[in-house]
Design a protein around this ligand. Structure first.
Ligand code: SF4
Length: 218
């Protein structure tokens, strides 16, 4: 406490405000506009973020802030791709020489291969900005980097459009998308809505199962 003010609460409020401000330009009230970020990750998570969101914890907020400050060192550019009544929005981290698009992902460990979600997203940027080549750069907090080149792919674009359409329809119908089991689930704030966390003592054990299998095979 500083005087009669709760400094911790004041800092948290400021953090909330900054976190809210730096979110991608997502028009949450318009289901005909889907950001490629929403369509490339778990659509159930994107649905909850629009319809029934849970506030992020402070660790997530800080990590978003760090990621975003790195991103803001580059010149973020917003673009869109329209198909019928659906608009797919995309934010490119940087366009180099008006020729290729740079995508930056801040990670804890450098990946061996690019994450499918990041490929879908960068490919959507290529379509939104009508470019043919992109470079996906993974960077750690220690400054280690690895790069992957990405060539425009119709097949991947059809996939993200399909996902954006499903999300758009389900948002209009107020129906929650299906669970998409992936590594993101482990840190997801909606884990409890998707999976049961109840721990029960089981009468089964690996030994008893294997023992049973041995008896059957003899
Ligand atoms: S827990 Fe997994 S399936 Fe559920 S919303 Fe999160 S990422 Fe999607």
């Amino acid at each position: 406490m500083l005087g009669d003010r709760d400094v911790r609460r004041m800092i948290e409020k400021t953090l909330d405000k900054v976190h809210e401000d730096i979110r991608l330009n997502i028009d949450k009230d318009n289901p005909d506009k889907i950001h490629a970020f929403e369509a490339s990750r778990c659509t159930r998570l994107s649905y909850y973020e629009r319809k029934d969101s849970i506030p992020s914890d402070n660790v997530t907020k800080m990590s978003t802030l760090v990621q975003d400050s790195i991103r803001h060192s580059f010149n973020n550019v917003n673009g869109e791709y329209k198909i019928d009544n659906l608009t797919l929005e995309a934010t490119a981290d940087m366009i180099v020489n008006n020729e290729f698009i740079l995508g930056i992902e801040v990670v804890t460990n450098l990946p061996e291969i690019p994450h499918p979600r990041d490929l879908l997203y960068l490919n959507a940027c290529l379509f939104a900005f009508n470019k043919n080549e992109g470079i996906l750069i993974y960077i750690t907090s220690k400054g280690e980097t690895t790069e992957f080149s990405v060539t425009k792919s119709n097949r991947m674009f059809e996939e993200i459009i399909r996902r954006a359409r499903i999300l758009s329809t389900l948002l209009k119908e107020a129906k929650v998308p299906i669970v998409e089991p992936c590594e993101l689930c482990l840190k997801c704030k909606y884990y409890g809505r998707c999976y049961s966390r109840e721990k029960k003592t089981s009468s089964f054990s690996l030994e008893s199962i294997w023992g049973f299998e041995k008896k059957r095979s003899t």
